[in-house]
Write a protein that binds this ligand. Structure first.
Ligand code: MRU
Length: 360
């Protein structure tokens, strides 16, 4: 069974010149939507993480280009929109991919035709994300079926990190696509959800969407990952990616690398799920070359949550005088990755495995 209407994180507004997104800065405490109508709306939503997750950043940016063309379809406006959106977040390469797709389409067109064409393309990029993630899930479910076959009806135990779920994409998610499909088709699963400090995308977003879908899961403190793997409580790890180099190095949310090291030490398969828009064919050595976003130290020194009256409050956990550092992503070398799950199939995490996915 495959849901024909998977839950979405972004959808067209009634006004054809706008798009609606879930406000991810409010989850899990409030489920609120935001309507984006302009280049500035989109740039702000990506920068402040109203929308986040590599594929969703790319799709939302495509709409940003379309909204810019509605205001002013000139060459100068096209170049400016590209630059403004490109500057929003540095690590997820899906952003550059989507901006390139839009610019390559729009630049040769007469300005009068650009807005309509851009809006059509943005919708297409969004729908392609949905179908890619479904295809990726249908490939990835094979891995879960293999584990299920030896679990005698016991749940397949999957560890994940950050949010590579439907909230990070338009629908299905990447790491979660095989999990949702397995769950919907009677394969019992249990997901270990890493809290993912400092912004807690695991505890606040992945846990929320798994609960919303009825998928059994447990949130754990990031520091417990090695312990859970060592105790034999995890059958496989599946994470998403923000950028994968041509030799298979993976940039993903900070903490992914430590999980990969621990999984390797305990011979637990470690898979990375991503659509091919996450591949950066221009880079080889990911540790040396992938730009890593550094975010505000406040995300480390403070935590947010609800108080007993349901109000969202932010409190400081570090001493006033202590500085903090906040690298938002790390790079997992290909040699620590068991395999890749993409919409074009499963492959080894190396240059040869990826080569067949390269489009001319
Ligand atoms: O900083 P974020 O929340 O945008 O980071 C998201 C992640 O690192 C995800 O794991 C990654 O984008 C994969 S999303 C399918």
């Amino acid at each position: 069974m495959i849901s024909p209407t998977p839950k979405r994180s972004l959808w067209p507004a009634k006004d054809p010149r706008a798009v609606v997104v879930l406000d991810q800065t409010r989850l899990p405490h409030r489920v609120q939507t935001v309507t984006l109508r302009s280049l500035d709306d989109v740039a702000r939503a990506i920068s402040d993480m109203t929308v986040r997750g590599a594929p969703l950043i790319g799709v939302t940016a495509a709409y940003g280009m379309a909204f810019a063309m509605a205001m002013d379809p000139s060459n100068a406006s096209l170049a400016r929109a590209y630059d403004v959106l490109f500057a929003t977040r540095p690590t997820a390469v899906n952003l550059r991919w989507a901006l390139d797709v839009m610019r390559d389409l729009l630049a040769p067109l007469p300005p009068a035709l650009r807005h309509e064409a851009a809006l059509r393309k943005a919708h297409e990029v969004a729908e392609d994300d949905v179908s890619s993630n479904l295809a990726l899930g249908l490939h990835g479910i094979q891995l879960l079926q293999q584990v299920a076959a030896r679990r005698n009806g016991q749940p397949v135990r999957i560890m994940t990190h950050c949010n590579a779920g439907r909230l990070a994409a338009v629908a299905w998610g990447t790491a979660t696509a095989p999990i949702y499909l397995a769950h919907d088709n009677g394969i019992p699963v249990h997901v270990w959800v890493s809290e993912t400090r400092p912004r807690n995308q695991g505890a606040s977003l992945t846990a929320w969407e798994l609960a919303d879908h009825g998928v059994p899961h447990t949130v754990f403190a990031d520091n417990a990952a090695g312990h859970l793997l060592q105790r034999g409580l995890v059958d496989l790890v599946i994470v998403g990616a923000d950028r994968v180099t041509r030799r298979g190095d993976v940039a993903n949310k900070i903490g992914t690398y430590l999980k990969a090291l621990a999984a390797k030490a305990h011979r637990v398969p470690f898979h990375v799920a991503f659509p091919c828009s996450t591949l950066d064919w221009t880079l080889d050595d990911g540790v040396a070359s992938i730009p890593i976003e550094e975010r505000s130290a406040r995300e480390v020194t403070h935590v947010s949550g609800t108080d007993p009256r349901g109000r969202v409050v932010t409190v400081r956990v570090a001493p006033m005088e202590s500085p903090a550092r906040n690298d938002a992503f790390d790079v997992t070398p290909a040699k620590l990755v068991t395999g890749f799950i993409t919409e074009r199939g499963l492959c080894a995490a190396n240059a040869r495995g990826l080569r067949s996915f390269r489009r001319p």
